[in-house]
Design a protein around this ligand. Sequence first.
Ligand code: ATP
Ligand code: MG
Length: 388
Amino acid sequence: MRQDVSGLVKKLDVEKVSRLLDIPLHRITGALKRKTLQYVRGKPELFRFDKPVSHVDGGTAVFIEPFDVVRGFPKISRTLMLYPAVSRHFSSCRKVAVEEKMNGYNARVALIGDEILGLTRGGFVCPYTTEKARDLIAKDFFLDHPDLVLCGEMVGPDSPYVPKSFYDIESLEFFAFDVREKITGKPMPVMERRALMGEYGIKSVRLFGEFDVIEAHIEITRIIKELGSAMHEGVVIKDPEMSVPPVKYTSSQSNCADLRYAFELYNDFGRDFFFGRVCREAFQSVEWGEDEETLGERCLQLGESILLPMIKTIKKKKAGERIAENVQIRVKSLDTVTEFQEYLRLLGVDAVFEEPQKMGIEYLVRIKRINHSTNDKTEAILGGQMWS
Ligand code: ATP
Ligand code: MG
């Protein structure tokens, strides 16, 4: 869908954006027309890149008043075969740093004007993430480093975007895994970043160590097996200098946990979601040279993770229940609840908020997200409609 951009061009200093992000002017106006670069109304108003444009990542946010840019968080490639991929991808490095990949949601926290804001991966300012960021991160950091953005994972049970948490976290915590320049997106070397976080009392994701590239796969295999048995997700392997882009690798247990969750809502997920996860299991099994018994166990885990949740959904629907996803948030201010509700409406998410429950100085709000596609499809098939 194309839109008339003359009003938007007035709002956004396109020449400045073109210069700062090094994108030709016509590509910016083209992106505005195609809504790849979208205007987002709200407090504060901004433009966000819905998809990458030229070399600029999707999720990049351009603020209008005051003018500022927070670059999107880049996609991280995934390896399915540790040894060949790590040695090839990091061939120009002597060592790699291995950090835990935590399973929460990606948040970027930055100072815009004199306000700390929390952005989601897509480049929206999320009112909930913003309240949490202000609570969890000392403003000192931004006063000393206004040109930096903190990238990290928001992890814990009080997460509106991730329904289950396997960490020993009471509410929601922020774990930094990257510090970047706001405007260029240039990342800081791993150890320098971790030391800087330490100085300001900001938590970092766990570091397993720095390993020689040629034998990193041995250490990582051991780490992954250990993480998997604790239901943790996996690792991100990084060039200590952050010149070569990072690579992710995950445990079979977390892969199956994703599948169990997604198959309950089977029609609300893209088919790629499922296919990629089956491939991961196959390559991991081959790389680890599994014997028949271990392979049998893997097959059983994978099969159960696919079928059991889907059967549960069908039975639920058959019993007349509605398929929904339960999440919760915990806030200090009830205004955040209202703002978050408006924010989800803006995103087109159908969510039902329960009455806030007072818990000390905070409020717990349970939220039901309705998965229409799975509800409708299951009901239709139960009613005799053809699959296709
Ligand atoms: P991508 O867009 O990179 O493919 P995705 O949305 O499919 O990502 P994931 O598979 O979870 O997400 O992998 C990338 C995400 O992992 C990052 O966006 C980040 O939020 C998260 N993450 C957790 N721990 C780390 C870490 N230590 N280093 C970098 N990213 C991490
Ligand atoms: Mg993730």
